[in-house]
Design a protein around this ligand. Structure first.
Ligand code: TXA
Ligand code: MG
Length: 366
């Protein structure tokens, strides 16, 4: 890792030559930032503890928060993961095998991470000592090319400092980690904009949604013909609820105070109760529709100037996911001293967006 405050990282166009250069850094045990279809990742050799510690150090991430192994096999199957000793097959029941196979065929490559029994080759540092490993096959062509050029799987957490907003552009990675890494491969704006869905498949074949994403509970349920459960519904043998490690409440956090409003602006009858001292200027994240009109309405209700950003002026949820972190980042950099967001409700993508907003606000979703 570089000394903070020294030379900045280079943002490289994803030419074959630059991808080879990034692959060489990985082969030499270094780390590089790469684009994926969800968010930018900070990649290092998944099978080498030293590379993995660089990732944790660079992100200032606690080692109890496990990483996702990113693979890029042509038409990967469960058999490939077993052959590569990424997962431990003997524990899996027939029904689990059938369901995992179906999920891989339906959603890979793409934004679905599977949590499965860990194989022997995966270092404990990658999984924070757990018996399960998270694996995903990204769809972004630059991520795929880089992993193929490197020849092994890479661990790639989102390329932000721990607890901060995930980066969706090369420039965001520069702001987060530019003084700590050498190379950022530029793959343009991330198509999806929020992190992959994380699904645990137990040896018995039960499905648990550990992190919502654009691949929704409903899509997964339909593909495998089984219910997708919430982790809190599962009890450990000692009776305590199962928890997803690393899913800390405070995450994706802006630097400024951030609060979710009780109602969308159009349904707001009384001025919302604001936490903390009276702000001089508010930054408003509008869930959908016109930023201008929502901003003006809130400004009239509160008698405070409001700078508003809409996740999607046309109310398109895919666009909202894509713009979410960028807009949050923009408001965080604005002159507002309090950030507010309209609440988001519903299933599918709105559910995943609401999850990020709750965590950004440091509160639990009921
Ligand atoms: O879309 C994504 O998944 C992005 C891009 C870069 O691929 N990556 C990403 O990684 O979001 P990260 O490290 O920011 O989030 C990974 C999360 C961890 O916080 C942890 O909760 C969960 O994955 N995780 C990893 N291994 C796990 C395991 N064995 N069991 C349960 N959860 C696990
Ligand atoms: Mg992250």
């Amino acid at each position: 890792m570089k000394k903070p405050g020294t030379a900045r990282a280079e943002i490289l166009k994803p030419t074959d030559e630059n991808i080879q250069r990034a692959a060489l850094i990985l082969k030499q045990g270094g780390i590089v930032a790469m684009p994926t279809e969800t968010v930018y990742g900070l990649a290092g050799n998944a099978f080498e503890a030293e590379s993995l510690s660089k990732i944790f150090l660079t992100k200032e991430r606690p080692t109890f928060d496990p990483l996702i192994v990113h693979v890029s096999m042509e038409n990967a199957t469960l058999a490939d993961l077993m052959r590569e000793q990424l997962i431990y097959p003997h524990e899996l029941s027939d029904i689990a095998v059938r369901r995992i196979d179906k999920l891989i065929r339906t959603f890979w490559p793409g934004p679905l991470t599977l949590v499965l029994p860990k194989g022997d080759l995966v270092p404990d540092l990658a999984t924070s000592g757990m018996e399960t490993v998270a694996i995903r096959a990204p769809k972004h062509p630059v991520a795929r090319k880089l992993i193929q050029a490197f020849g092994l799987g890479v661990c790639a957490p989102s390329a932000n400092r721990f607890g901060r907003i995930s980066p969706t552009r090369a420039q965001d990675v520069m702001e987060e980690l530019g003084d700590r890494i050498d190379v950022i491969l530029d793959g343009g704006d991330c198509e999806i904009g929020i992190e992959s869905t994380i699904l645990q498949v137990t040896p018995e074949g039960e499905l648990y949604l550990l992190r919502p994403g654009v691949i929704s509970r409903e899509m997964i349920s339909e593909a495998v013909g089984a219910a997708v459960l919430d982790p809190t519904a599962a009890a450990n043998p000692d009776g305590s609820p199962q928890i997803a490690p690393g899913r800390l409440t405070s995450h994706y956090a802006p630097k400024k105070p951030f609060q979710i409003l009780p109602h969308v602006i159009s349904q707001m009858m009384t001025p919302p109760l604001l936490r903390g001292p009276k702000p001089a200027r508010i930054g408003l994240l509008v869930a959908g529709g016109s930023a201008k009109s929502a901003g003006e309405t809130l400004s009239e209700i509160l008698e405070i100037p409001v700078e508003a950003e809409s996740l999607s002026e046309s109310g398109d949820w895919s666009e909202a996911a894509k713009t979410l972190f960028g807009k949050l980042r923009k408001l965080d950099a604005s002159s507002a001293d309090l950030l507010l967001a309209e609440p988001v409700t519903g299933s599918g993508i709105p559910y995943a967006i609401a999850d990020r907003l709750f965590r950004a606000a440091g509160s639990k979703r009921e």
